[in-house]
Design a protein around this ligand. Sequence first.
Ligand code: FAD
Ligand code: SF4
Length: 326
Amino acid sequence: MREFAYARARDVDSAVALVADNPGARYLGGGTNLVDLMKLGVERPDLLVDVTGLPLDEVSEDDGGGLRVGAEVRNSDLAAHPLVRHRYPMLSEALLSAASGQLRNVATTGGNLMQRTRCGYFTDPAKACNKRVPGSGCPAIEGLHQNLAILGASDHCVATHPSDLAVALAALDARVLVHDLAGPREVPLDDFYRPVGDRPDREVNIRDGTLVTGIVLPPPVAGRSHYRKVRERASYAFAIGSVAALLAIEADRVSEVRIALGAVASHPWRARVAERSVHGGPATAAAFEVAAEAELDAARPLRDNAYKVPLIRDLIVAVLTELAGR
Ligand SMILES: Cc1cc2nc3c(=O)[nH]c(=O)nc-3n(C[C@H](O)[C@H](O)[C@H](O)COP(=O)(O)OP(=O)(O)OC[C@H]3O[C@@H](n4cnc5c(N)ncnc54)[C@H](O)[C@@H]3O)c2cc1C
Ligand code: SF4
């Protein structure tokens, strides 16, 4: 392993001062993604700024009736938090579906949102990859792409974002709290991740070296919610498709619906076409199927991942039908 320096940040401003404008520096959360990438030679920082000691490790009530979650709250603590379990059960479910108990005990909220894709070409420095080395090509398009994107991809990259947490946050309209040299600001989760376009290496709409300091969850909306994840084995595996959904019914009509999809795009995919189709209509499996088909009209699968289209369609229908019947 290459030599690198380590610093433990004492406060947000000094953490940002060390990393912003320093391309060789990285924030270190739980290290469950970054240290792996360093071992593989994908990441080669010369300075790690450990942010786990920052006072960003609490879940607290927000003035607006929602919750504020510090970026250093561990995934297991967030999943187990009584207010999260009670008010945002799908968030708890998403977190608990991810990784393993040991990993969740160290993985942080900020690190989870900023984790990198698991595309096998990205994690192999011997291979070309536009996300790792811009302009070098995307071997996944002709090569191994069974688990990769069917929505919103480009000719430059077809990778998916691996986070389960981010999918639930997309459905909850969460906001990401960030801090750079200009100070703090909020970014709606919808705008946080960039569409892949021709710059797959630029994944987020924040400047390099920006610290994620937390998330804000808006007040819970009435309705039932659920996160369901499909994976190759029952636990300890990334999603090949997932759905975070919320449904409320009044007078036999859908009065509120939120749907976000995971493992289908370079970012959590908010299924707004399906939401518009379902909203105001009957809460029936037939209506949900029409909505899912409409959303997936935009799907552009590759040679070996077309299976994801019916998988996601069925997942949307199954989750909404279950919520309607609960
Ligand atoms: C075997 C295995 C299985 C897994 N399975 C799943 C799964 O099923 N679902 C899932 O969602 N995840 C899964 N994960 C990923 C895991 O959830 C992430 O590795 C973890 O959430 C990252 O958090 P961390 O705190 O360890 O981040 P780190 O590894 O410390 O950092 C990750 C990235 O975020 C940056 N960063 C860290 N903190 C901040 C911050 N506050 N502000 C800005 N940038 C920051 C780092 O510089 C780095 O680039 C798995 C991981 C492993 C190793
Ligand atoms: S899909 Fe994206 S991450 Fe994977 S090889 Fe292509 S450019 Fe790299």
